[in-house]
Design a binder for this molecule. Structure first.
Ligand SMILES: Nc1ncnc2c1ncn2[C@@H]1O[C@H](COP(=O)(O)OP(=O)(O)OP(=O)(O)O)[C@@H](O)[C@H]1O
Ligand SMILES: [Mg+2]
Length: 469
């Protein structure tokens, strides 16, 4: 069953339930109202007839009694008569119906009662005593046809039923039209979503849903478009990951394979010690590169999933920085670059893991040397954080290197993200150094970011909370 049919059936069932209850209520109240109205009319007719009868009796003209009673036309009246105290009966209407006269008993109390006549007719009969100078002079009796009264009520009811039927048919038609119109509004964007989802499943990542609605459907479309963007990013990331991983695995593996073959062939031949040592060193370097890469990936995934348990101890950050920076001095000299370290001897301690904090500084310094030119300067500086306040220690590692563009500066912390040199050339490395630094700083409840200008240099800054003793 499609959505249109389901929705229309649902609306119809709802409408039928509402129509049923509303119709029943209208029918019931109208029937009650009509019955009361007709009852009131019958009572009034009897009172009018009774008054006419009394007037005629006052002037003592029996003929007028009959006349007065006949003059009041009421189709519901089956018979009307006056029974005097001497049991004389003056009949008006239905003279011939002697069956009714048989009920002509003088009664001294006011009565109204229903009965079935000998001819099978249902009669509603009123009888009232008439007094003159406190003397009972006779009884006035009128019989109304209950069947006639009922037929009047039924006539009124059938008019109401006809109206209810007409309204129900019009509302059903309108609701079917309305349900279809509303559905058309819903179905259009849902179809667009379905088409876009199909395109994506077929591998077309350019799919987008264009819905101008600002309500739930619009929000769904927005979320869907957001999801497509995320899928695209993940897809790109997957490509980058595969190319990065395969490059990082293939390059050292082929070096190992090549040099192993060479060394195997060299057995028994006259290869010099230097040549063999060179081959073994290359194999060693390639193995170290592979190990570093695999460790980086594992470290990162452990930190990302939170399964790493960092042993935190009070760390004097100045000392850790000093020790790490010292390791880069020989590299700076070898590359003809300057390394400046500004010591602030009064800094406090942080709660952290020494090896991991060293890793953050190492990864940033490695980049600083990788992306600077001969003669450039790398400066390491520590201070109480100007942006986060005295509760944080801030470390700056600034270089005067190639710099990073505005679009890339926030993305360098993403896994495997590397800024291409020129249009296609990837820099050396895996693109994991800064993501590892980012995860470590986050595990220490700190923050890390970069500020950069193309051609002028980059400053990497990170803050760590000061340990309160
Ligand atoms: N100081 C810097 N100057 C200019 N660009 C930088 C600097 N530091 C990082 N980058 C850019 O950020 C990218 C990501 O750095 P990251 O350290 O994560 O990876 P990598 O250095 O390329 O590889 P890895 O560190 O894993 O060996 C670098 O490839 C580079 O494009
Ligand atoms: Mg790096």
């Amino acid at each position: 069953m499609n959505l249109r049919l389901k929705f229309t059936s649902f609306v119809l069932v709802l409408l039928l339930i509402v129509i049923f209850f509303v119709s029943y209520t209208i029918y019931y109240t109208q029937k009650k109202f009509l019955t009361e109205q007709i009852q009131f009319n019958t009572d009034t007719s009897f009172k009018l007839l009774l008054n006419s009868c009394k007037e005629a009796l006052k002037i003592n003209k029996e003929a007028q009694i009959v006349e007065a009673m006949v003059s009041i036309y009421e189709p519901a009246i089956v018979y009307a008569y006056f029974v005097s105290e001497n049991n004389d009966v003056f009949v008006s209407k239905n003279n011939a119906a002697s069956v009714f006269i048989s009920r002509a008993n003088a009664s001294s109390v006011y009565k109204s009662e229903k009965y079935e006549s000998l001819t099978g007719e249902n009669i509603y009969e009123y009888s009232s005593p008439i007094m003159s100078n406190d003397q009972y002079i006779g009884t006035f009796i009128v019989g109304f046809s209950q069947d006639y009264i009922d037929s009047r009520i039924n006539e009124g009811i059938s008019v109401i039923i006809k109206k209810i039927k007409r309204i129900a048919i019009i509302s059903i038609l309108l609701s079917i039209l309305g349900a279809n119109f509303v559905l058309a509004l819903f179905i259009k964007p849902i179809r667009l979503l379905g088409k876009a989802a199909k395109k994506i499943s077929e591998g077309d990542m350019s799919a987008k849903v264009d819905v101008k609605d600002s309500g739930e459907i619009g929000q769904l479309a927005k979320a869907f478009n957001g999801m497509i963007t995320k899928i695209k990013e993940t897809d790109n990331f997957k490509d980058e990951f595969i190319s990065s991983v395969s490059h990082e695995l293939r390059t050292p593996l082929s070096a190992i394979d090549g040099y192993c073959n060479l060394l195997i062939r060299a057995i028994g031949k006259n290869y010099s010690h230097e040549q063999q040592l060179k081959g073994l060193n290359i194999i060693k370097e390639a193995t170290a590169r592979l190990t570093k890469f695999i460790n980086s990936v594992l470290d990162l995934s452990k930190m990302k999933t939170g399964i790493i348990d960092l042993k935190m101890v009070p760390v004097h950050i100045e000392e850790v920085i000093k020790e790490t920076v010292n390791l880069f001095e020989s590299l700076a000299t070898a590359q003809d670059k300057h390394l400046v370290y500004k010591v602030q001897n009064n800094l406090l301690t942080v709660n952290g893991n020494i090896e991991k904090i060293k890793k953050v500084i190492t990864n940033i310094l490695e980049n600083a040397f990788k992306f600077t030119r001969v003669g450039d300067t790398v400066t390491v500086n520590t201070m109480l954080s100007p942006s986060y306040g005295n509760e944080y220690i801030e470390v700056w590692i600034a270089d005067t290197g190639i710099g990073i563009s505005k679009e890339d500066v926030e993305r360098v912390f993403e896994k495997f993200y590397q800024v291409k040199e020129g249009k296609y050339k990837k820099p050396k490395g895996t693109g994991l150094g800064l993501s590892i630094a980012y995860e470590i700083v986050k595990l220490h409840h700190g923050n890390i970011w970069a500020e950069s200008e193309i051609g002028k240099g980059t400053v990497f800054k990170f803050v760590l909370p000061v340990l309160k003793l």
